[in-house]
Design a protein around this ligand. Structure first.
Ligand SMILES: Cc1cc2nc3c(=O)[nH]c(=O)nc-3n(C[C@H](O)[C@H](O)[C@H](O)COP(=O)(O)O)c2cc1C
Length: 405
């Protein structure tokens, strides 16, 4: 039976299912539910010394475009202390305290971290990544320090100094949470220099959803008349998250990384670990499907590890990184598409691919007619709705089935 436990910056996690900071973790009741369905750790909802402005959550679930969250409920120090204290006493979870100090004011960061440590937190997560505070202070002129959230996380030197202040103030490990709006490997490196024991990434990039085009461009939030810029999260940011995690891991080979952003299946968790994450983290998945999905993910992850002969997560951590090279070093295989005529129903989708005239319909079936022009990109394979196209290695004759989604 594979061992799913993880040592994360000295914290013993019984499995790699970490709930990312959000309204999923702002009450004891929800934290208990996370425990009930098998999570090992939660990062509590963002806490401030002084909450800078009122914010109530409002979301759009645009099924093909994303999950948009422009704002969220924040915890006061007292709320966070009470929550952490209760969660430590009433659950067996590892409790990570997500917090943001007052902009670049280092003492404020240190004081807040100390208070959360005293409340029982196992780890501090310095939020230098929220897209909805500091960046917006700059963009929309709200009354909040411009050095909050993602605006702080874009400044490697200040991030390092904030980390140093927090790491000196507490005896528990501190983790710095990165914004994808920054050069994350550099910011992570500076935070590590400042004493961060771990890095988490990524928080949401800033975004804007579509609008009601028949109603003067009004926003489509069900509970708001106007809108702010929104954090985009969920499956739509997963490749962006992989990129950041891989780049951070390539720069910092040893630092523990909590890697999240768009993970929704056991396979995504494996991919994230293969790109170098120490543990995967999940947020939007639980927003949309509940913590109930954890046991299924655990079962499938265990089955996969069994099949592959992996005994621990260490056995495959970071193994995908060796395939990342600079563009001029990419080695190409000599591939062409091969059509399975029994499966092909002549829909013609593969003949309409904009950049390619290689396939045409012949007698109502797809056929490779301009093989010399084919550079084996595989778009026809990905686009075929009937799985009728596979890729053939012209040198070895081997048929390579690209992995499906
Ligand atoms: C509604 C909402 C609230 C969030 N609140 C916080 C927060 O308080 N602190 C934080 O560091 N990240 C917060 N996040 C970001 C998530 O923790 C996570 O980093 C991000 O959503 C990407 O992961 P996902 O695609 O799995 O959701 C929030 C995300 C959402 C959707």
């Amino acid at each position: 039976m594979p061992d799913l436990s993880v040592d994360f910056a000295g914290l013993k996690l019984k499995n790699p299912f970490v709930v990312a900071s959000s309204e999923l973790t702002n009450t004891l009741e929800k934290i208990k539910r996370a425990e009930k369905f098998g999570a090992s750790a939660v990062s509590t909802k963002l806490c401030f010394l002084k909450v800078p402005f009122f914010a109530k959550p409002y979301h759009i679930v645009e099924k093909r475009a994303g999950f948009f969250s422009p704002s969220g409920d924040r915890l006061s120090v007292e709320d966070a202390q009470k929550l952490i204290d209760e969660a430590k006493r009433k659950t067996s979870l590892i409790i990570i305290a997500n917090m943001m100090g007052p902009g670049g004011e280092l003492n404020g960061w240190a004081n807040l971290a100390k208070k959360l440590e005293d409340a029982g937190a196992d780890m501090i997560e310095m939020n230098m990544s929220c897209p909805n505070i500091g960046l917006m202070a700059k963009q929309l002129g709200i009354h909040a320090s411009p050095e909050l959230g993602a605006a702080l996380g874009q400044n490697p030197d200040l991030s390092r100094e904030v980390t140093r202040a927090v790491a000196r103030a507490v005896n528990i490990p501190v983790m710095a949470k990165m914004t994808p709006e920054a050069n994350t490997p550099i910011v992570a490196q500076e935070c590590s220099r400042g004493g961060a024991a771990a890095i988490s990434a990524i928080n949401c990039p800033q975004s804007l959803p579509g609008v009601d085009i028949y109603n003067e461009g009004r926003p489509i939030y069900p509970n708001a008349k106007n809108q702010s810029f929104a954090g985009l999260c969920g499956p739509w940011i997963r490749p962006l998250a992989y990129r950041h995690i891989a780049q951070i891991r390539m720069r910092l080979p040893d630092i523990p990384i909590a890697g999240g952003g768009g993970l929704t299946t056991w396979r995504h968790a494996v991919e994230m670990i293969m790109y170098g994450a120490t543990v995967p983290t999940f947020c939007t998945l639980f927003y949309l499907k509940g913590f109930e999905v954890i046991p299924e993910i655990e079962k499938k992850l265990t089955r996969y590890m069994d099949e592959m002969g992996y005994l621990t997560l260490n056995d495959f951590r970071g193994i995908a990184l060796r395939y990342i090279v600079s563009p001029e070093k990419v080695e190409y295989l000599n591939m062409i598409p091969e059509v399975n005529l029994e499966k092909c129903n002549g829909c013609g989708i593969c003949t309409r691919i904009g950049h390619c005239l290689v396939i045409n319909l012949v007698d109502g079936k797809a056929q490779v007619v301009r093989e010399k022009e084919c550079y084996g990109c595989g778009v026809c394979y990905w686009m075929c709705p009937r799985d009728a196209i596979s890729m053939l290695n012209k040198e070895t004759g081997e048929k390579v089935k690209l992995p499906g989604w």
